[in-house]
Ligand binder design. Structure first.
Ligand SMILES: Nc1ncnc2c1ncn2[C@@H]1O[C@H](COP(=O)(O)OP(=O)(O)OP(=O)(O)O)[C@@H](O)[C@H]1O
Ligand SMILES: [Mg+2]
Length: 310
């Protein structure tokens, strides 16, 4: 592997199965097109995009049962370096269907496995070992049962000198904000959860982002605002970036693509404004692709100069 990979951790991966059907109706058998199988979950998606953007990457993933093996095979087929933590429970599957008549996407997400305490400890020690000599570590996605909300706090405490980027939600996000991670990327919806109020306008989101950054222990907070772009806040101030206006095909995969752009910026030691612009360009490039497809490198390159920055 090349020097200094971007290491990702996906504690709750899924085998993503996607297909389409003309109409979704109750009771009838819905005869679907041939399915596409992809390795999924926040960190795995981040690794796949980082690779497309030309960076070396290592995905650390707990996997169990035949579904876990299938994910390991799919990652190998994409030549993504992987450290597997074998778990006793079976890895989950997610199923998404596009209704051809309307273009609506239906996403069925099954519950994940429960991780045993020794499996969680093994995931933690694998990431800490991989972090030595890594460009950055990205923790992305939900935490399965068996993993404490404070997991990210323990992880950041155990990693020295390598920046950690976190994208998660709910109580795990609240904990991550108190972890001393380098960067956390909440969406507007996730910020609303953290501040416990509805955020109606972009001004509301910006105020919440500033407030959350001020009472956090993270170096950088990047709040993503969907079509509105993002706001990046560090101790020196606030930068507002606007996403180019594009024709939206599917917003699935936008957040993970954005986090990959941010990680690539951090690993190249870019200024915050440049990393944030790369994140917005990658997120916006992902909405140009159908279904759950992630962004493509040529679109990211094309959109980057169109991200409006101060
Ligand atoms: N409708 C859109 N038009 C243009 N860009 C978009 C759109 N939706 C998302 N993006 C891009 O993707 C980035 C991330 O999107 P968003 O803020 O919705 O986060 P998310 O992580 O996908 O949200 P959540 O996790 O809450 O579902 C945005 O900053 C933007 O660059
Ligand atoms: Mg997200």
């Amino acid at each position: 592997m090349a020097e200094r990979p971007i290491v990702t951790l996906t504690l709750n991966p899924a085998l993503d199965i996607s297909s389409s059907v003309e109409f979704v109706t109750p009771s009838d058998k819905l005869r679907c097109q041939s399915p596409v199988f992809e390795p999924g979950g926040g960190g795995i998606n981040v690794s796949r995009v980082c690779q497309r953007l030309g960076e070396s990457t290592l995905a650390v993933v707990p996997l169990g049962g035949p579904t876990g093996s299938r994910i390991a095979d799919l990652l190998a087929a994409e030549r993504i370096d992987t450290t597997v933590i074998e778990i006793g429970d079976e890895t989950r599957q997610s199923f998404s269907i596009i209704e051809e008549a309307t273009g609506h996407q239906y996403r069925f997400v099954l519950p994940g496995p429960t991780m045993a305490a020794d499996e969680v400890a093994s995931a933690l020690s694998s990431v800490v070992a991989a972090a030595r000599g890594a460009a950055c570590v990205v923790v992305s996605g939900s935490l399965p049962d068996g993993v404490d909300h404070d997991f990210v706090i323990d992880l950041v405490a155990a990693i020295e000198d390598t920046p950690v980027i976190v994208d998660t939600s709910g109580p795990a996000l609240v904990a991550a904000l108190q972890s001393g991670a380098h960067m956390v990327k909440p969406s507007a919806r996730e910020l609303s959860y953290v501040v416990g109020r509805t955020l109606l306008t972009e001004a509301d989101i910006e105020d919440a982002a500033v407030e959350v950054k001020a009472r956090s222990k993270v170096d950088v907070l990047v709040a993503s605002i969907g079509a509105g772009g993002a706001i990046a806040i560090d101790d020196t101030g606030t930068v507002r970036l606007r996403a180019p206006t594009v024709q939206v095909r599917s917003t699935v995969g936008a957040g993970d693509s954005m986090v990959a752009g941010l990680a690539v910026g951090v690993s190249r030691r870019c200024e915050l404004i440049e990393s944030a612009a790369l994140g917005v360009a990658a997120g916006t490039a992902a909405v140009l692709t159908d279904g759950s497809k992630l962004c493509e490198a040529d679109e990211v390159e094309r959109l980057l100069p169109a991200v409006v920055r101060p």
